[in-house]
Design a binder for this molecule. Structure first.
Ligand code: COA
Length: 218
């Protein structure tokens, strides 16, 4: 299936973001999307470069509170203009983002997955993931999909797509992938002496769950 514009989502269809058990701190009512708010989710293209610094800022902010690494504007700009990113847009406002990265051992990750707090729990991530799955299917059909996450939402959607939990060393041995962990707020603490977090192929530690979608039988 080609990536494209998904059906319009409307936050008012699913109630208030603070109705659920969101552990992100809840939302004040004035911060909630208005009933007129809606978003589309689509693959990026070469005209979308202006979203790179905004996505970088979203990730930087999230990296201070959530288990996600910051990414540079330069990297995100490359991903966006190559058509290897998914954008969730409410009008012209970027409200969700994610991108694909191919690693040297024929694996592809969906990385930098972020949804603004006011837009969480409405299925935006699920739609971003669907777009990235379509791009991977089209452009990287020879690759397994990998995921490194502490997020219950990401684990849930991954499992539903057929990903299974694996060890960190079985995820990828590309050092560039693991270097990305250095932008995570937990990197220092999980790599202190005495840490019981798992070791990856680079020899550093990580407490996220490794998941892999095997697309080719050995
Ligand atoms: C993780 C994140 C991207 C999820 O975005 P989202 O748009 O809220 O996710 P969705 O609404 O598509 O939810 C997908 C599923 O996960 C569930 N879910 C969402 N948040 C959840 C939570 N905190 N705990 C448990 N399940 C959750 C949803 O109910 C949904 O399942 P359902 O369709 O059966 O109801 C968002 O919370 C976020 O940006 N977090 C901060 C950055 C981060 O941690 N990114 C992931 C790095 S690996």
């Amino acid at each position: 299936m080609a990536a494209g514009i998904s059906p319009i989502g409307n936050p008012s269809d699913k109630g208030s973001p603070s109705d659920g058990d969101d552990t992100s701190g809840g939302q004040s009512s004035e911060k909630q999307p208005s009933v007129q708010s809606h978003w589309i989710v689509r693959a990026s293209d070469s005209n979308d470069f202006q979203y790179a610094p905004i996505a970088a800022e979203m990730l930087l902010r999230a990296s201070q509170t959530d288990d996600i690494a910051a990414r540079s504007t330069y990297l995100l700009s490359q991903k966006i203009t190559a058509g290897h990113a998914a954008l969730a847009l409410d009008g012209e406002q970027l409200v969700g983002f994610g991108y694909l990265a191919r690693w040297k051992d024929n694996t592809v990750s969906h990385s930098g997955m972020i949804v603004l707090e006011d837009y969480r729990k409405f299925g935006v991530f699920r739609e971003l993931k669907s777009i990235l799955m379509d791009i991977a299917e089209r452009e990287f059909a020879d690759c397994d999909l990998i995921s490194l996450t502490c997020s219950p939402a990401v684990k849930k959607v991954n499992e539903q797509l057929g990903y299974t939990v694996t060890s960190l060393v079985a995820l990828t041995d590309d050092p560039e992938f693991w270097k990305g962990c250095q932008g995570c707020k937990n990197f220092e603490s999980v790599n202190k002496p005495g840490s019981n977090c798992e070791v990856n192929s680079l020899g550093t530690r990580c407490c996220c769950t490794a998941m892999r979608l095997y697309r080719h039988e050995e």
